[in-house]
Design a protein around this ligand. Sequence first.
Ligand code: SF4
Length: 490
Amino acid sequence: MSVLNHAASSAASFTAARAPRPSACPGLLRIVAARDGGICRIKLPGGALSAAQAAAIAEASQRHATGVIEVTNRANLQVRGVRDGQEAALIAALVSAGLGPAPASGGVDAATWSASAVSAADDVRNVMISPAAGRDPFALYDTTSLTAELLALLQSETRFAALSPKFALLLDGGERLARLDHPHDVWLAATQAHDGVRFVFGLAGCPPTAANAAAVHVARASEFATDASRASALAAVLPSQVVQLVRALLHTFLDLAAADATRIRHLLATHSVGAVLQHAQTYVDFPLSRDASLADWQRGAPADAALRLGAHAQRVVGTWHVGGHPPLGRLDAATLHGLAALARQQGNGTMRMTPWQSVLLPDITADAVPAVLAELNALGLACDPAQPITRLIACAGSTGCAKSLADTKADALQLAARLPDGVDVHLSGCPRSCAAAHCAPYTLLAVAPGTYDLYRRDTSADFGECVAHQLTIEQAADMLEQLARSPLDA
Ligand code: SF4
């Protein structure tokens, strides 16, 4: 893919956004060319955006692109099909809607922010939280304020511009609606201690849960794990120490990692966890060392992804969050306008994107729930986990990506008609797996137009075990039916 870099809005504070930043990842100011036009990725703080911002994105996508908008697996949005020559105008519209990066108060002055600093600040805005943060009745901690502090930290220290756009943090408040299977460079998870909440943390992985215990075991034994404890919780800190801890870990990564290292896992290939923590200690004023008692720590509450769909009670009695899944994570401008109107009329004027590529409307009153569900259905969003389309993900496919060997989007829609109950499938046009940061239970990897190899998740890396070659979608549906009935999958 070639990378196009474009000027920021003359209407915005950022007046000289022309300097390239070497990355192939789309960003707000770095529109990346694809087969169906440019891709502009809009990072959303905690997946949140206002109805006004949603309407602005919808409007801009129609005016400057083809009107196709995707929810990403990091709870962001991206505009596809940006037209040649329209890039600067699109960026201007999005920045004017308050969707650009922002320096922390007391940090960098926006007026003097350089173009490359703006682009870098945009790139590092990668903190994943539950879409129900602050509302989930089972959460141990409301992570919304901490998230804002972490995002401000990431955007305000000039040195963090050196971090890769893929460098990402997970802040888990213990919600039941939580995505825990995406590996993160640094993860933090709330846990209940006898005298209050602590955040345990780990590097280059996911919070250990009963569900991923096997994968953690493999990671510990893996030849790639240079330190057996890297798949475990390392230590615990107070909530008030989280920002200082993250700052210390980021500086430690930048101090110690090789020049070509982009992720914490690269640092751990050359440095032990103990050495990393010892170095991080120099940046914090509280004791920081591995806590052996946490080696077998697991997240207490099970997560339930089905809570992203339908209506569920929030912590405040009488309020609900209501969610729906756009087919294969794609919205069009009219649908996004419709969601914005719904959030204004029935909710609190905001919405959340989720890392399952779905949409959540918070703060719906009980009497409005039926109308919101009906409207989400009318907009084409699936609200019932029994609907097969909620269990399918697919990358851009051959209509959007030159690397794809098949039209994964169209093939996924064909498969939806025959998908067995309870089976989750990822269709990928090539091994890069853009649509899934996790390993799906089943992966169909394209080998030719309409033809796929089928993989079943096991404890190995990548897609798992290849169980069948060269299947059409009809054959894949038959095979999935057989596998779903087999005792191995019970
Ligand atoms: S997974 Fe491969 S084919 Fe699909 S969008 Fe990514 S690079 Fe393209």
